[in-house]
Design a protein around this ligand. Sequence first.
Ligand code: PRX
Length: 652
Amino acid sequence: MPDDHVTSILTENRVFNPPEGFSRNAHVKSMQDYENEYRHSIENPEGYWASKAEDLHWFRKWDSVLRNDCGFFKWFEGGKINVSYNCLDRHFNNGKKDKIALIFEPEYGIEKKYTYAQLLKEVCRLANALKKQGIRKGDVVEIYLPMIPELAISLLACARIGAVHSVVFGGFSADALRDRIQDSEAKLLITADGSFRNGRVYPLKENADVALLECPTTQKVIVVKRTEKSIPMYPPRDMWLHEMLADSSIEDYCEPEQLNSEDSLFILYTSGTTGKPKGVLHTQAGYLLYAAETFKYIFDIKDSDIYFCTADIGWITGHSYIVYGPLANGATTLMYEGSPTFPAADRFWRVIEKHKVSVFYTAPTAIRALAKEGEELPNGCNMSSLRLLGSVGEPINPEAWMWYYRVIGKEKCPIVDTWWQTETGGIMISPFPGATPLKPGSATRPFFGIDPVILKEDGKEAGINEGGYLVIRKPWPGMLRTVWKAPEKYIEKYYGQFPGLYLAGDNAKKDENGYFWIMGRTDDVIKVSGHRIGSAEVESSLVSHPAVAEAACVPYPHDIKGQAIYAFVMLKKGSQKTEQLKRELSQHVGNKVGPIAKPDKIQFVDDLPKTRSGKIMRRILKAIAENTKEYGNVSTLADPTVVEKLAAERVQ
Ligand code: PRX
């Protein structure tokens, strides 16, 4: 068998059909409906997207739907639009001014609710304040805030005046902030006096002060008061937001800027787990359209829904599915501050109960962490309002999927396992909850207009169940437009390997039903004896063992096999770290995936090196497994001390 095949396949045979009642009321009611609409969207994508774009508000309609400008794609050129108008004024004008747009559930203090009318006013006032500071169309505004309403309001205020926002996750360090500001050349920074997490205050302003020492472009800093902590202020650079807004010349309405479809909307830096952070650029109309459409169909959104996404707005999931997608649909979106496990591991379940959340979207890492705590906590909350669950960010192992389905969804909520990326702007592969039969661990089928294919190294299409590169053939409106200040990187990284086709950087396979199974990044693929093995597959099989809570596998050099698998395994409470269990786990993987996938080394760990967003930093695990001691930058880790602990207990 050629060595670019993923030879071991985790077989998952369970299938879960959408509940009948759900399908009856869904936007897409059956696979037949899905197939028809999908075929139509693929046969005539431009016609399809143009018809969808009619639903948005335009100051001026577009001249061309799509143009390929030497590999750089342009959507809806000639059109004039404003994203904040579409997210706010449109609903205000359509009888939704008193509908709740945003619910804020704090870690500390009291909840806040904003109607569409109130949110519009807050956005306009901040937009006017920004204008007063000289911010104009095309200027970059860096945003380094906790998960508080001002974060969502800042995004929309920038969008209103055509400023380009660049959000830096509030858990990032001063260095990470500095690197991003330097690259984006932001004129102004919006930050806060601190953020609450796990009962502690994280020093945002102090970090910003350090970062700004090396950021000459940023001459102004707006500071939101979130804590009672006293912080250094350096006027005239630093200004309190509440003082700025108290100025009587700040009006409650701000005329929306009429922007070109392809004007920049935001830059978002990818996690930086490999090399320097890359600024992914998204533009106005196409991004908005794609976030809006995917949100409507994948979350099957209804006017009565209360939608809760647990992501941080510092990541693309928060941009597209806390702010832009929900608000473009006139939905009620809930954002929370803090962490899933503080003050207790029932935080999510309590929020769901309190606000009668109907659609819940979270990440597998959170599901696994909470599943580890047992069923008592979720069972202690009334979550009968839930009708749909979602997952994003990494492959969800079937065991976690089943727990989510059974314990949280009570076997009545479909789960949408949504595959997408910062670069794709919105969800690309996902079930349609009223139509798609679910297979735990599969993101299932593509969204309308999305044309994914699995290619082998030689560019030929992979066979059924044969692993390969996940590639998207047709352009779509939500796609990134370029890498900020590095257009050559955009072409090389995304369109270099298979010219003209978007390379996702993920390894995947397609099964006999046309379902996609994402198996991890191509850089996480482990070649054992010339065979490629998806690390996610090995991890899934390990996690399916009753003793295992979480696992991460990386390659390390092996004399005979070339590469072998090193597994870092976190056990569930009560499991003993014994040599016998190691043997059992190895055998378990052999049985589940195939003998070739058995880890040669297993290290039991108490914690894994994760970014604050919960992504495991494999580069660090690889360095430990390879004993290179070249861990690189560990400052973005939630807890940098885990690295030393893991290295000290490395399996020889
Ligand atoms: O490897 C895929 C994984 O996350 C990557 C994108 O990461 P990021 O740009 O941070 O965006 C995350 C949120 C959209 C992908 O290349 N990924 C994301 N969703 C899934 C996934 N892997 C498997 N299944 C998913 N549902």
